[in-house]
Design a protein around this ligand. Structure first.
Ligand code: FAD
Length: 279
């Protein structure tokens, strides 16, 4: 089944060991021939060079790489230079985001909304890049309301975005209801579910508290009970996330985008469970 979208997201590691591990992770996941590997961009441009270096290395390895990008506190000139570099290297796609300011930078810099970044990229680079944007089936934590958050997603598409990737969620109804509401608002571009494998309970709680993703009570209770028993956490996580992905794909989701946390094994098992072909 090759018509389902598949992509994997990495973050730029801070150490040479982390970088080596990421190379091995990418090699392992490349067997599933994803449409692209995306690489996150640190708030305020903090990973600018790391993101670029990893993206270029992935691209040179023969896979498609997609950098995430936000203005953060950067100048127009430096964002243009980064984009020009990506164009020169033949990159075809960007994930365009507002991002969040790192703590301590509040008030020092103006956040540029994602619809403004999309418009900026289209103004300066035309159709050079396919542009993906973020969206939130459980609604962005700063949104004025459910409808306003969908309105701003529509504005990202109006500005020239092509597809969206969702924040992760564990309740498929949140995604299907969101799709319906988007369609009612005139949005018919593909919305790819972002999938967070369950590997470590403490980390999952920390991320979810930060980004406003809901961990349903029954999942939270089950994981809490496993405590330090990481084998049981992983086994339960695989069951839950496999079932979630099956429901999403059966319900018409265009494919899946995995938040890998730079780890290959769980995502590889999920892909096998879901019948993604392996080279
Ligand atoms: P926007 O779409 O700009 O929305 C931000 C908020 O403002 C929303 O509440 C929206 O309703 C509202 N809004 C939108 N436009 C306007 C406007 N013009 N005027 C007024 N209000 C508006 N973070 C990183 O730091 N690095 C990454 O690499 C990264 N990758 C991500 C990838 C995905 C797939 C996802 C889902 C998230 C990612 N994030 C990343 C997190 C993201 O940057 C944060 O969630 C951030 O708070 C919002 O970014 P956005 O692009 O969705 O913002």
């Amino acid at each position: 089944m090759t018509d389902r979208h598949l992509s994997f997201e990495f973050f730029p590691p801070k150490t040479p060991e982390g970088r080596d591990k990421l190379r091995a992770t990418q090699r392992q996941l490349a067997r599933f021939q994803p449409e692209f590997f995306s690489v996150t961009y640190g708030a305020g441009g903090s990973t600018r060079e790391h993101t670029r270096d990893i993206v270029l290395e992935i691209q040179q390895s023969g896979s498609c790489a997609t950098p995430h990008l936000s203005f953060g506190g950067d100048s127009k000139e430096s964002v243009l230079a980064l984009l020009q570099g990506y164009k020169d290297e033949g990159l075809k796609r960007i994930v365009a985001l507002r991002g969040d300011l790192p703590s301590g930078m509040g008030g020092m810099a103006q956040l540029v909304y994602a619809n403004q970044l999309v418009a900026f990229i289209r103004e300066h680079f035309g159709d050079t890049f396919e542009l993906l944007v973020a969206c939130y089936p459980e609604i962005h934590p700063e949104a004025e309301s459910y409808d306003r958050d969908i309105y701003w997603l529509g504005q990202k598409f109006q500005a020239g975005a092509n597809r969206a990737i969702t924040q992760y969620f564990y309740n498929p109804d949140a995604y299907f209801y969101y799709l319906e509401q988007c369609q009612k608002a005139g949005i018919d571009q593909p919305i790819i579910p972002g999938i967070m494998p369950i590997i470590n309970f403490q980390n999952l709680v920390r991320f979810s508290d930060n980004c406003g993703a809901d961990i349903p009570r029954w999942i939270r209770q089950r994981l809490q009970q496993f405590g330090d028993d990481s084998a049981s956490v992983k086994a339960f996580g695989l069951d839950v996330v496999t079932a979630l992905c099956e429901t999403l794909l059966a319900g018409g989701a265009p494919g899946l985008h995995f938040y890998t946390m730079n780890q290959a094994d769980t995502c590889a098992t999920l892909c096998r469970n879901l019948g993604f072909a392996e080279r």
